[in-house]
Design a protein around this ligand. Structure first.
Ligand code: WT7
Length: 635
């Protein structure tokens, strides 16, 4: 594979579009395309435009028709220890029934369907059933609050929500239907016609007129369903992600290009042998990693994969390693946060398990620091596995920068090179390529320089924001929002976000979104949120708030205020956005033009001496914050 890929580097530089056309022909096209790319109206790309394709057919029917129906598609491991196995034939049969059930509920081509589900096979089946009939899914991570779900349903005008009574997390049944009820209460989501509910935890739920049990709907549905081809640019899904403003963006992906990118990258980055490998990506389908590498990429490639419902610590920290040993997982893909958590606990939880089946270890979502890289390599991988540090984004749809196993000598902490077919650059503020230095290059902004098949096609309902956010800073190039530099070998090192997006345990959050949630509370006059360095989660949310004295009433103490506002953020956005620390301050550091200087607050949050304050309108503000912090430390 390594040599083939070195060769394909040459091929792609000669004819990049022919390279992509070749990759997309690994898929089944209902109608073959003749045009690879239309880039006459940038940044609105059209890939494989005159072709027709069905994503669900590619993930299921094709394998069954080509004799792979008996292959295991999913080894499901529930958190309480229940298991279930689906062959490709069985997964297809369930998906056909689900597709018919959706049609029976009035969902048709182009309609949006929201998913709010635990990590159970029905989540995968739902996505494939929606895609199968040409509807568009919008998966909302089950950890988001009812309010977040409501705003996403309304933004996409979804017709149906698919949920479950609950999901098992950390030994408990985490309610989901209840949150859906809350999102829909008082007719606040008028576009919703039905709610389809999978029975999972057997928790008590209230079923209203519009609610339908999944088991009943599928039980009544016809068993056969013929998948037809949709235009390559037909929308496949919307996935909301945080940006620099308070409002999450609905990232839109379309069918042919996305499936090409997801399946191609999955095949080459993990060096997949679909007959032999057992693959496990720990991501939830609520994130892009779950879309591309639990559903579309892996199933289009006919992989056999593990899906685990729960958290790595349930019932104890042995769980993941037991699963790897049990199923003889050979390709494992997870986030650095998880690795750092295990590092802290110590290698004994890993060492007791036979992990010799592992071959390739993937990392995603945030930079992997060299210590975590080595621990992953030595302790988990027994010093014999290839590590692929994969850089990409919700917007890119699939992996953009990553080592290819055996093609390069990997380096701890570097994502190294763009995949064949992808062209990236690093530029300075003026869009000029960064200067070389004696040990590589200066740091700059990462750009993607030419369109690629799985690129986002836009922001749902907001074409201007698409152009402005991604294609305006450096005309003609996609601006990723990450800092990066080249080392002396030309390998890329990612340096983290350069905007107000923060990464907490690999989850993407917007400081502006948390700030606007905080100021919605009647106690809060103003709020500033920063991402502070955290040993385990990479960054943690730290909030600074100015309170409205007149609203506070019986002056609660700072600890109570922190608790109340923490719960408030959980309710507004979700537990992942809950600040690690909330500091009450009397002023916020601002420039003369009124912009909050987050850089200085970050210094405080990370316990560093505060940097240059000369541009502050009132330089005493930081002294006051510092004094207060100092006071806190001596308490
Ligand atoms: C942001 C995108 C990629 C799917 C999951 C996250 C950061 C992602 C890496 C990596 C350094 C990384 C970037 C990027 N990021 N992978 N290997 N090394 N940083 O997708 O939630 O859209 O977040 O995650 O900052 O911009 P996302």
């Amino acid at each position: 594979m390594g040599d083939d890929f070195r060769a394909s580097f040459r091929v792609q530089s000669e004819d990049r579009l022919a390279f992509w056309a070749e990759q997309s022909r690994h898929l089944h096209w209902h109608k073959p395309f003749t045009k690879t790319l239309d880039w006459t109206n940038p940044p609105f790309a059209k890939w494989f435009e005159d072709g027709q394709i069905n994503a669900s057919y590619n993930c299921l029917d094709r394998h069954v028709l080509e004799g792979r129906g008996g292959r295991i598609a999913i080894f499901f491991e529930g958190e309480p220890g229940d298991t279930k196995t689906y062959t490709y034939s069985q997964l297809l049969a369930e998906t056909k029934k689900a597709a018919n059930a959706l049609l029976d509920l009035g969902v048709s081509e182009g309609d949006r369907v929201a998913l709010y589900m635990p990590m159970i096979p029905e989540a995968v089946i739902s996505m494939l059933a929606i895609a199968r009939i040409g509807a568009v899914h919008s998966v909302v991570f089950g950890g988001f609050s009812a309010e977040s779900l409501r705003s996403r349903i309304n933004d996409a005008q979804a017709k149906l929500v698919i949920t479950a009574d609950g999901g098992f997390r950390k030994g408990k049944a985490h309610p989901l239907k209840e949150a859906v009820d809350q999102a829909l209460e008082n007719n606040s989501c008028p576009s919703i016609e039905h709610v389809l509910v999978v029975e999972r935890t057997k928790s008590e739920v209230i079923m209203s007129d519009k609610d339908v049990w999944w088991q009943d709907a599928l039980g009544k549905a016809a068993t056969d369903h013929v998948a037809v081809g949709f235009d390559a640019e037909h929308p496949l899904f919307i996935l909301y992600t945080s940006g620099t403003t308070g409002k999450p963006k609905g990232i839109l992906h379309t069918t042919g290009g996305y499936l090409t990118g997801a399946s191609y990258s999955h095949r080459v980055v993990f060096e997949l042998n679909s007959e032999k490998d057992i693959y496990w990506c720990t991501a939830d389908v609520g994130w892009i990693t779950g879309h591309s590498y639990v559903v579309y990429g892996s199933l289009a490639n006919g992989a056999t994969q593990v899906i685990y419902e729960g958290t790595p610590d349930s019932p104890n920290f042995e769980r993941w390693w037991e699963i790897i040993a049990k199923y003889k997982v050979s390709i494992f893909y997870t986030a650095p946060t998880a690795i750092r958590t295990f590092m802290k606990i110590g290698r004994s939880v890993v060492d007791g398990h036979d992990l010799t089946s592992l071959r390739i270890l993937g990392s995603v979502g945030e930079p992997i620091n060299p210590e975590a890289w080595h621990w992953y390599h030595d302790v988990v991988g027994g010093s014999k596995c290839e590590i692929v540090d994969t850089w990409w984004q919700t917007e890119t749809g699939s992996i953009m920068i990553s080592p290819i196993p055996h093609a390069f000598k990997t380096k701890s902490g570097s994502a190294q090179r763009p995949l064949p077919g992808i062209t990236v650059g690093i530029v300075d503020e003026n869009g000029v390529p960064v200067k070389s230095t004696h040990d590589g290059s200066e740091a700059g902004y990462l750009t993607i320089d030419e369109p690629w098949p799985s690129m986002l096609r836009g922001i749902w309902g907001d074409p201007e924001r698409y152009v402005e956010t991604y294609w305006s800073k450096f005309p003609g190039k996609y601006f990723a929002g990450d800092g990066a530099r080249f080392d002396e070998d030309g390998d890329i090192w990612l340096l983290g976000r350069i905007d107000d997006v923060i990464k907490v345990s690999g989850h993407r959050l917007s400081t502006a979104e948390i700030e606007s949630a905080l100021v919605e509370h009647h106690w809060v006059a103003e709020a500033a949120v920063v991402g502070a360095k955290d040993e385990i989660t990479e960054q943690a949310v730290v909030a600074f708030v100015i309170l409205r004295q007149d609203e506070l009433g019986d002056a609660p103490n700072e600890e109570e205020i922190g608790k109340v506002l923490g719960n408030w953020v959980t309710e507004k956005i979700g537990a992942i956005a809950r600040p690690r620390q909330i500091m009450v301050v009397s002023e916020l550091p601002k420039t003369r033009s009124g912009k909050i200087m987050r850089r200085l607050l970050k210094d405080v949050a990370e316990g560093r001496p505060v940097g240059d304050t000369t541009t502050l309108a009132d330089s005493s503000v930081m002294n006051a914050i510092n004094d207060k912090l100092h006071e806190g430390a001596t308490d």
